[in-house]
Design a protein around this ligand. Structure first.
Ligand code: HDD
Length: 693
């Protein structure tokens, strides 16, 4: 397990392991010392093409040049049409045991199953920034002993459309404009708002995107959802309808909008880096998998909610999430392309005990995933790639095709056969057999009537948020619609908002300088679901969090070390920020400088402190850093005369969440840990919001 920590900012002292690590014994990854061609021919030189004289033309016979350039010319494959930008990790899932399904990886208590998880943004291209406002993908491949099960979910529990036939419409609207191909990786543009303002079944998902869920702090602090209702079947054949949930052990936390925007510039790889760093540091990201369980009766509804409608949730207060097991991500991919890029998920990868439902969005997905991989991965044999290969025996009768790497034995890849002793044979007892379900009705292109309610659940979502979260939603709508050029689109979306909440519509209208829509009936009283809010009152774990300490050679470095010890114990990290790179202090008390005031920016820290004895006057970069920390509602503090630097930078002395102490003692550390565990000091946000909205 490569848990060794790379020294921050220095080059890795050994190259990444290759091939064998990924579980492929026959991997042809570079494993020797001498450079060869793809045919294994040793090469004396790879920098000069073969020429007729030093100043002459290049010769056609230079097979090394041709092989090198040809291979390079074909290095790229089509990026995913959606979810192109992603980051992934290997891990393990440990089951708590359950009677609700016969799927062995869930049913057997303590059973461990290897997994590969890929997180992604939806709209941006492969090279786009991580922290854009968007839905995040959360796709998990469980390599179970009964075959691969893929849970291809998102960090939001609802979707823009109720029927998969509209997927090309919503994606065409969300992707950059076809003429200029801008903007990249975001929905703040006319075509998106044109579509969703006309197509109001998208409203619930739009509200989730405009909330803090659209800008997660980290992949590690995101919830995940299977979105659709699935059918779980137990050993006796009894079935239940369920919705899958991933609950992050680190808590559900987000960035604030300005942070997300700054991060997109100063560290476009913010989430990718965070995931890899956390795993490398041994702060393994963890989630609990759980299900909301509803009876599988003929109504396919629960508490009046249509379970086949993917724009609706079942509030957790009505159906609590029952834990099934724990996922731990503990190994970074060895090669981005081989693993993260070539992994192929498919909602149709199911195992006995887990079945689909008639949700029309899910039904279309069952077609799309296999289909898209044929183009993306160049043919039908992508299941043989190491990252896609099941970890259980595979005895199919699929043969030949592009990129066939298996050397199949036998002469009878057909059934029935006698020449290969009738094998491989089917297994009627243990094979995957969906529970019989009755299907009847007229052939028609139409939705159930219950699909027509587009506003009640967005109202429940919005009204269940705390005031500060609601203010963020208002800001997000104001920002995104403010980026549209067409007045008619903005006005139409304001009318949609008025259906959900007239107060919200009024605030956004004011921000846009447009009249408040009148005479639109607002959704009446709704049952709230407090579980939808992310704001926590009890501090959560701080593993993987980053604390910056501004210091110089005159600073109290022993206090700094005491603090580091306490934070490291809890899995958090302390980074020294000094006026220049290199070291501060001398001899045995020397400290490596990880950031300079020039390279440090608020986004990468969860708290910033100033050490006692830090003599340098707060220059403009330090002032920006400390003020951004304060404005982004994160903990800031100082001990000893470091307080002067803090106040000199304009951080209010008695401001909420501003930590002052004489020394970096236990009380100071405890206060810091609490502040980190609460994630934000939202009392400050009220002040900011009063100015902004
Ligand atoms: Fe999808 C990729 C999640 C609806 C068609 N989807 C993709 C990925 C995730 C989701 C996480 C990236 C997987 C990876 O990391 O490789 N998609 C969802 C969710 C949906 C959803 C949660 C609704 C509940 N998707 C959806 C529909 C269709 C697709 C309705 C088409 C009818 N999705 C695709 C795709 C992709 C994909 C075109 C692109 C790349 C890929 O599959 O492998 O097939």
């Amino acid at each position: 397990m490569p848990t060794r920590r790379k020294p921050d900012q220095s080059a890795p002292d050994e190259v990444s392991p290759t091939g064998a690590e990924s579980g492929s014994a026959d991997s042809r990854a570079q494993s020797g010392d001498v450079l060869t061609t793809a045919q294994g021919l040793r090469l004396p030189d790879t920098d000069h093409s073969l020429k007729a004289g030093r100043r002459g033309p290049t010769l056609m016979e230079d097979f090394h040049l041709r092989e090198k350039i040809t291979h390079f010319d074909h290095e790229r494959i089509p990026e995913r049409v959606v979810h192109a930008r992603g980051a992934a990790a290997h891990g393990v899932f440990r089951s708590y045991g359950t009677k609700i399904t016969r799927a062995r990886f869930l049913a057997e208590k303590g059973r461990e199953t290897e997994v590969f998880v890929r997180f992604s943004t939806v709209l941006g291209s492969r090279g786009s920034a991580d922290t854009v406002r968007d839905t995040r993908g959360f796709a998990t491949k469980f390599y179970t002993d009964e075959g691969n099960f893929d849970l291809v979910g998102n960090n939001m529990p609802v979707f823009f459309i109720q029927d998969g036939i509209k997927f090309p419409d919503v994606i065409h609207a969300g992707k950059p404009h076809p003429d200029r191909e801008i903007p990249q990786a975001q929905s703040a543009h006319d075509t998106f708002w044109d579509f969703v303002s006309l197509h109001t079944e998208a409203t619930h998902h739009v509200f989730w995107n405009m909330s803090d869920r659209g800008i997660p702090r980290s992949y590690r602090t995101m919830e995940g959802f299977g979105v659709h209702t699935f059918r779980l079947v137990d050993a006796a054949g009894n079935s239940s309808l369920v919705k899958f949930h991933w609950k992050p052990v680190a808590g559900v936390h987000s960035l604030v909008w300005e942070e997300a925007q700054i991060a997109a510039g100063v560290d476009p790889d913010f989430h990718r880096r965070d995931l890899a760093d956390a795993i490398e540091a041994g702060a393994f990201p963890e989630w609990e998998l759980g299900v909301q369980v509803m009876p599988d009766d003929s109504t396919e509804t629960f508490a009046g909610i249509d379970l086949l409608d993917p724009t609706k949730i079942v509030p957790e207060e009505l159906a609590p999430v029952q834990p099934l097991g724990r996922l731990t991500l503990n190994r970074n991919p060895t090669n981005y392309f081989a693993e993260t890029e070539q992994v192929a998920f498919h909602t149709g990868n199911l195992v006995p005990g887990i079945e689909v439902t008639n949700d029309p969005l899910m039904q279309a997905r069952l077609f799309s995933y296999l289909d898209t991989q044929l183009t993306r991965l160049g043919g039908p044999n992508f299941t043989q790639l190491p990252v896609n290969r099941p970890h259980c025996p595979v005895n199919d009768m699929l043969r030949d095709g592009m990129h066939q790497t298996a050397v199949h034995t036998g002469v009878a890849p057909y059934q029935p056969n006698s020449l290969d002793d009738g094998l491989p044979a089917t297994d009627p007892e243990n094979g995957y057999t969906p529970t019989p379900r009755r299907v009847e009705g007229n052939v028609e292109r139409a939705d159930p009537v219950s699909f027509e309610d587009h506003f009640t659940q967005p109202a429940m979502f919005y009204r269940s948020l705390t005031p500060v979260e609601q203010a963020h939603v208002a800001e997000a709508f104001t920002f995104e619609l403010g980026k549209c050029y067409e007045q008619a689109i903005k006005e139409r979306e304001l009318a949609v908002l008025a259906h959900v909440d007239t107060g919200l519509a009024a605030v956004v209208a004011q921000g846009l300088g447009l009249p408040v829509p009148k005479g639109i009936p607002q959704v009446g009283e709704v049952q709230l679901s407090p579980a939808l809010s992310q704001v926590v009152e009890v501090p959560g774990p701080i593993a993987g969090r980053k604390v910056g300490v501004i210091a110089d050679s005159g600073s109290d470095l022993s206090g700094l070390r005491t603090l580091r010890k306490a934070l490291t114990k809890l899995g958090a990290e302390l980074l020294v920020i000094a006026p220049a790179g290199g070291f501060i202090g001398s001899g045995r008390s020397r400290e490596v400088v990880q950031r300079t005031v020039l390279t440090a920016r608020s986004v990468e820290f969860d708290a910033v402190l100033v050490a006692d004895g830090t003599g340098h006057a707060p220059d403009i970069k330090t002032v920006i850093l400390l003020q951004e920390m304060y404005r982004h509602c994160k903990a800031v503090g100082a001990w000893g005369d470091g307080i002067e630097v803090l106040t000199g930078a304009g951080v209010p002395e008695n401001g909420p969440g501003v930590l002052h102490a004489d020394s970096a003692d236990k009380t100071f550390t405890a206060e810091l840990v609490t502040a980190l565990g609460l994630h934000r000091v939202w009392e400050r946000a009220d002040v900011v919001m009063a100015d902004a909205v």
